[in-house]
Design a protein around this ligand. Structure first.
Ligand SMILES: Nc1ncnc2c1ncn2[C@@H]1O[C@H](COP(=O)(O)OP(=O)(O)OP(=O)(O)O)[C@@H](O)[C@H]1O
Length: 637
């Protein structure tokens, strides 16, 4: 991939402007979007207060809050619509609904070319969220390259995909930081503005018909913001429908908008041409006292701030109510008629040109068909290896494992096979250490990728199965190298059975066991999707496995005896003993050493055979991974 990018950079004639080629036109219409949430009832005081109250008070009814109130509008190909409004006015909520990415139940309809959103339309919809979720350790160029590889159609060659990524880098002025890591909460990377542009670039790559951006200019200086909005305007001119929200645009940026929607507390105060906004507000009685940036004036209005005679300020609530009722009386009926006309025109066009549209559609669909499952897997594997190159082999983990192996090796230095108690202790310690270590590390896998997985799946970038395979298989070499190093150091230091065959068998048991323990961590992480909670549950589960296996408590209560059969530590310990003591060897050494406590453990271990233990571990190995996959399916795609 690197060489292709190099070739593309060095040969500008190869720069294929996939991102600026014509796209399927989509008119977005939205009618009466209303979204309400139920608020939690106010707490009725402390438990003590409730006890002291003579009469129990009936539970307060749940109140509703309107986040969006009958918001209506449309955006046509070639248009840039800006949604303005103060913080909390409902911009992000509206944009998430318009991009078809909201799981919240809202009323009203969002239509593309007069019809409900379909998968092909969704695939052609780019959505840039406010909190851009990106892989922190990939460079800007790698981020865009991998994205191009996954998102651009299978029919596009790798060189063309690399060229498209380079074109986006050039278009968004990211050349200077192209080889810098994106960075994140815990690692320094490119600046906030550059991150934002990378997030925009990711969506630009797919040449979307509809591009929805939530505050793409936040964190940018006015020059950079102007440049970005000009780029978005340019994309719109090429036939895309672009919707963006913005907090505080400069007047230069405002001039670039074709149409504007002003929101205040979920209600629309204006929708129409950007250039007509000031005339409208003048007509309904709100005139700025001197020349102002229209966006500043409109935001003041949305906040209810307006100067009246003698510099006094009018009551904010009255101002807002007046603006809402003016909009509902003057503009809303016109906007609704306009949207309805646009919907019926789109429906008519679809019925008249059904043959043409369907054939174009199917051709387009072929062009849009995603890359094959196997290609997705290899690209995701490659990306995962690059992203986590610093993580798995971070020096702390290596030091932790090697130090533990050296310490344990010193403690059990050249132990004797006849000393069954000591040997059992060593094998037991190894089982516990790797059970806890592997399951704990795996717990973090999915929770830390949740946001990015949800975003990428929602844009149809890859199938869940290819992601899952890549994520779990990609980690294997790295995850297995550490226990292999551990066992190599410890095995020869502690003087376990000194033949290569026994060493390889013990290593195989440990590696299989690590995979199973990892599986438990993956399931808990995927099911709970909160690393802290999942690691707490992992602790309790591991403790339960250890306690009920009968190693510490020999008289386990009857109703808990079954639990040891669910414990992979139990089976691993059983197999490790089998690799060290053949046949009845253990009993003859036990008889000689009279190690009572080891003898009772050996008795417990005799309850399951080697074959049963291998089978149990194998079933868990597959079972945990299948469960983790099923849990991940809950994440909305
Ligand atoms: N699921 C929810 N539960 C509770 N409140 C919510 C929920 N969704 C949205 N809100 C509230 O709805 C209001 C609008 O939120 P939204 O994020 O859409 O505003 P915004 O205009 O994008 O704000 P900002 O510019 O600060 O991002 C906020 O007051 C927010 O707290």
């Amino acid at each position: 991939m690197g060489s292709e990018a190099e070739e593309t950079r060095n040969n500008p004639t190869h720069i294929h402007t996939l991102i600026s080629s014509p796209c399927f036109p989509v008119t977005l219409q939205f009618l009466d979007i209303t979204y309400r949430i139920k608020l939690d009832p106010p707490t009725a005081g402390s438990a003590l207060n409730r006890v002291l109250q003579a009469q129990p008070t009936p539970p307060a009814p749940r109140q509703e809050r309107t986040i969006l109130d009958r918001v209506t509008g449309h955006v046509s190909p070639g248009e840039l619509l800006a949604v303005l409004g103060p913080s909390g006015s409902g911009k992000s909520t509206l944009l998430t609904i318009l991009a078809g990415r909201s799981s919240a139940r809202h009323s009203g309809s969002v239509l593309a070319n007069g019809a409900r959103f379909t998968k092909p339309v969704l695939r052609r919809t780019g959505f840039v969220t406010q909190d851009d979720v990106l892989y922190p350790h990939l460079t800007v160029r790698e981020t865009l390259l991998f994205c191009a590889m996954l998102r651009l159609p299978g029919a596009v060659t790798r060189a063309e995909k690399a060229a498209a990524a380079e074109a986006v880098i050039g278009e968004l002025g990211l050349g200077k930081c192209a080889d810098t890591a994106v960075g994140g909460a815990y690692s320094r990377g490119v600046s906030g503005g550059e991150r934002k542009r990378v997030a925009v670039g990711i969506e630009m790559l797919v040449n979307p018909s509809l591009l929805v951006l939530d505050e793409p200019t936040s964190g940018l200086d006015s020059t950079a913001a102007g440049r970005l909005v000009a780029t978005l305007g340019g994309l719109a001119r090429k036939g895309r429908s672009v919707v963006m929200s913005v907090h505080q645009p400069s007047s230069r940026v405002y001039q670039m908008f074709d149409s504007v929607m002003l929101l205040s507390e979920g209600s629309c105060l204006y929708f129409g041409r950007a250039g007509d906004a000031m005339d409208y507000f003048r007509d309904v009685g709100f005139v700025p006292r001197f020349h102002v940036n229209p966006a500043d004036f409109m935001l003041d209005l949305a906040n209810g701030v307006v100067q009246i005679e003698h510099d006094a300020e009018a009551d904010k609530t009255t101002v807002k109510q007046s603006l809402v009722s003016s909009y509902n009386r003057v503009l809303a009926p016109r906007v609704k008629d306009c949207v309805k006309d646009s919907v019926s025109a789109a429906a008519k066009a679809a019925s008249i040109g059904s043959m043409r549209l369907s054939s174009t559609g199917s051709r387009e669909e072929r062009n849009y068909s995603s890359v094959s499952w196997f290609s997705q897997l290899t690209i995701l594997l490659h990306r995962g290896l690059k992203e986590r190159r610093h993580e798995t082999f971070n020096s702390l983990r290596v030091v932790q494992v090697v130090a533990t192996a050296l310490l344990a090796g010193s403690m059990w230095w050249h132990s004797s096979i006849r000393d069954v108690g000591d040997r059992f202790g060593l094998l037991f310690f190894t089982s516990i250490f790797w059970g806890v270590f592997a399951s704990f590390n795996a717990v973090f896998t999915f929770p830390q990728e949740r946001a990015i997985l949800a975003k990428e799946r929602a844009s149809g970038m890859y199938t869940l199965s290819s992601y899952f395979m890549a994520r779990t298989a990609g980690d294997l070499p790295m995850e297995l190298a550490l226990p292999a190093v551990f066992m190599t150091v410890l095995y020869w230091m502690s003087g376990l059975r000194q033949d290569v065959c026994s060493f390889l068998l013990t290593l195989a048991v440990l590696l299989g066991y690590v995979l199973v323990a990892q599986g438990l961590g993956l399931v808990l992480g995927a099911a709970i999707m909160d690393a802290k909670k999942a690691s707490t549950v992992a602790t309790i589960t591991m403790l339960a496995f250890l306690l009920t296996a009968g190693f510490y408590v020999h008289n386990v209560p009857r109703w808990l005896t079954w639990m040891k059969y669910t414990s992979f530590t139990f089976y691993c310990y059983r197999l490790m003993i089998a690799t060290q003591y053949r046949g009845g060897e253990v009993y003859s050494y036990l008889a000689a050493s009279r190690a009572g406590h080891a003898a009772s453990e050996a008795e417990i271990l005799a309850q399951v055979g080697v074959g049963t233990s291998v089978l149990a571990l194998f079933v868990m190995l597959l079972g945990y991974r299948i469960l983790a996959y099923l849990c991940l399916r809950r994440i909305k795609a």
